[in-house]
Design a protein around this ligand. Structure first.
Ligand code: GLN
Length: 254
């Protein structure tokens, strides 16, 4: 698996989102509750992206070590606040490298992206899709992993002006067509909109009066957490109350 989380709301310390809850990503890194997809822990690294204002690229911190071993991150996370965060803990798919650059979130400009799952038959199964990308994109992937390629495919659509949910939907459809049984749950944000697609892996939503969280697993036993179904597109914004829209993944327009 891998476990990830996206947050929009008032500025809060990163530790409050990632470390301090009873079942926060910290605990999910060594004792995840939903084991579908295999793997026992998410100890192959972690990453956090967070926005410092409404115009700058987000800050990002990634390490190829288990989240629970990084005491320096715990210290920084207690002292750093943000209004928009995307964070992930990683369980590397067999055959993929354990390296900092393979850890989500992936980023460009204001975008932050993470993928939970696996592309079946990677890389051969998706070679045709990769061929649609500019050569320079393929030469500069963050890492030789399925997730890094998925980000390149999503980013290509965002650069062309696609709305975030449409970019995710289009990539899921394209990848699922050539690599059936792939697991393609993804999160994407620009610090204002949080978009997600559920494709086999779990995702839950928590809406407060002025914040919204999308997370692989609820960070506590608050009954307000809602488990989202499979094959859904989710878009969340704040106006300033959360506006969360969930719809079935539309079929291919072709
Ligand atoms: N396949 C991706 C990787 O290896 C994501 C793994 C996961 O979701 N467990 O990084």
């Amino acid at each position: 698996m891998c476990r990830h989380l996206g947050y929009l709301g008032p500025a809060v310390p990163l530790a409050g989102l990632i470390l301090d809850r009873p079942h926060a990503l910290l605990r999910q890194s060594w004792a995840p509750a939903d084991m579908r997809g295999g793997g026992a822990v998410n100890a192959d690294g972690f990453g956090v992206g967070w926005y410092t204002d409404d115009v700058s690229p987000p800050a990002r911190y990634r390490r190829a070590v288990p989240l629970w071993t990084d005491a320096s991150f715990a210290s920084v996370a207690a002292a750093t606040s943000s209004h928009a965060v995307l964070a992930a803990v990683r369980s590397a798919t067999v055959g993929m490298p354990v390296t900092e650059t393979a850890c989500a979130p992936f980023t460009e400009g204001r975008w932050l992206f993470s993928h939970n799952g696996v592309v079946r038959g990677w890389p051969e199964s998706v070679a045709g899709l990769a061929a649609e990308l500019p050569t320079v994109d393929l030469m500069t992937l963050d890492a030789p992993t399925d997730s890094a390629l998925l980000w390149a495919l999503v980013r290509h659509r965002l650069r062309a002006g696609a709305a975030p949910a449409d970019a995710l939907a289009d990539v899921v459809r394209a990848v699922a067509a050539v690599a059936p049984d792939s697991r393609l749950t993804m999160l994407l944000t620009d610090g204002t909109t949080l978009a997600a697609v559920t494709w086999w892996h779990s995702l839950s939503v928590l809406e407060g009066a002025d914040f919204v969280v999308l997370a692989s697993e609820p960070w506590d036993d608050d009954p307000q957490w809602t488990s989202l179904g499979d094959r859904l597109l989710v878009t969340a914004t704040l106006n300033p109350a959360p506006d969360v829209r969930v719809r079935a993944l539309p079929p291919d327009p072709d």
